[in-house]
Design a protein around this ligand. Structure first.
Ligand code: G3I
Length: 334
């Protein structure tokens, strides 16, 4: 057995039962972080904030909304970082790593971007200014630079950025981000790239092409908005394929939803599914960390988007741990 497999066992000896918590176990598995998304409206809920600051479970935070384009540059050239700074300062006060989210995305864009009818050169300059200003402001953090550039069939999403600039917006954003903070890890992030398939191949081709052109790219973010009982069997292989391109990977938005109401059988399957995902990251040395897309069902985005579905997080509506929590523990220790 490889020596590193002994670490969780040692950890068990050091921490009494019940004290092997998610971030501690991630560290013991050699990962940089285990963390969670959060959002500003939730920060008035003090039991929520207490657990959010529990660094034994979470030593990384992502702002779920407040660093996006509509929040940070609501009108051209006017930058507002107040809400994002609240999350950044919270992370700082807890000693948690902050993951930036995000420079360029087709969603949550202010209408001045989507309806501006800008030409190629102007839109590229707008992208550069936005990324540069955002990344400079949060210097020292690790941003998701480009979010969701692909359709599920692997073709490029027809966002305003793509229809105006082709793929030039991607390299422009990455180069601007690198110039603004040479130490920041630059990621491209998408959903439905957990298993092998057309979209994962498209992501690999994009990263290969960027690297061959000397465009800075450090990582691929695999979102992992998954469905109970449907974790792709090729997840670990796919993470390894991405790492083989010469980048790191992270699971950046993990949640595993079910059709409501939740039943014991669904919760048990969900526990297994969380374990499978975590273990896949553990098993791939280039997978540096995992972020869940909020930790409690109370604030999950899922029911608002998928009618009749939910219960996707490891803690329930009442901030009580579900079997999924143990699934994460098991995944790190497996
Ligand atoms: O800001 C308005 C507020 O003024 C208004 O009163 C309120 C009423 O509904 O809506 C607020 O906007 C909401 C926004 O979150 C901020 O809370 C939007 O309606 C809501 O659609 C938006 O949802 C976010 C979603 O991205 C938008 O696509 C979710 O919270 C956020 O968790 C989700 O996160 C994305 C990642 O960024 C990228 N990957 C997919 C993931 C899930 O969709």
């Amino acid at each position: 057995m490889h020596a590193k497999n002994f670490i969780p066992i040692l950890l068990l000896a050091i921490f009494p039962k019940g004290y092997c918590q998610l971030a501690q176990l991630a560290t013991a598995a050699g990962k940089l972080y285990f963390g969670t998304a959060t959002d500003n409206p939730e920060l008035t809920d003090s039991p929520y904030v207490t657990q959010l600051g529990n660094t034994a479970d979470f030593h990384q935070i992502t702002a779920g909304n407040s660093m996006k384009w509509d929040a940070t540059e609501p009108s051209r050239g006017t930058f507002t970082f107040t809400a994002g700074d609240t999350i950044a300062n919270l992370a700082l006060s807890h000693g948690q790593i902050l993951r930036g989210h995000n420079c360029v995305w087709h969603n949550q864009l202010p209408s001045w971007v989507t309806s501006g009818n800008f030409n190629n050169a102007t839109l590229l300059s707008i992208v550069q200014t936005h990324c540069s200003t955002l990344v400079s402001h949060y210097k020292g953090k690790i941003p998701d630079t480009i979010l969701e550039p692909f359709n599920d069939d692997g073709t490029f999403r027809q966002s305003v950025f793509f229809t105006t600039t082709g793929t030039a917006y991607i390299s422009a954003a990455l180069r601007a981000a690198r110039a603004a903070d040479p130490a920041a890890k630059l990621y491209i992030n998408d959903f439905n790239i957990e298993g092998t398939g057309a979209k994962s191949t498209a992501m690999a081709n994009l990263v290969r092409s960027l690297k061959s052109q000397g465009v800075p790219i450090d990582g691929i973010g695999v979102q992992a908005h998954l469905i109970v009982g449907e974790v792709p069997s090729t997840l670990q292989q796919n993470l390894q394929n991405f790492v083989n391109l010469g980048v790191e990977v992270a699971i950046t938005e993990l949640d595993i939803r079910m059709t409501l109401p939740s039943t014991q059988a669904l919760l048990t399957q969900q526990q297994q599914d969380y374990q499978t995902v975590i273990h896949a990251c553990k098993a791939v040395s280039g997978c540096v960390g995992v972020t869940i897309w909020d930790w409690t069902d109370k604030y999950s985005w899922v029911p608002g988007t998928f009618s009749g579905q939910g219960a996707a997080c490891p803690w329930d509506q009442n901030l009580v741990k579900k079997p999924a929590y143990q699934g994460i523990v098991n995944g790190w220790m497996q």
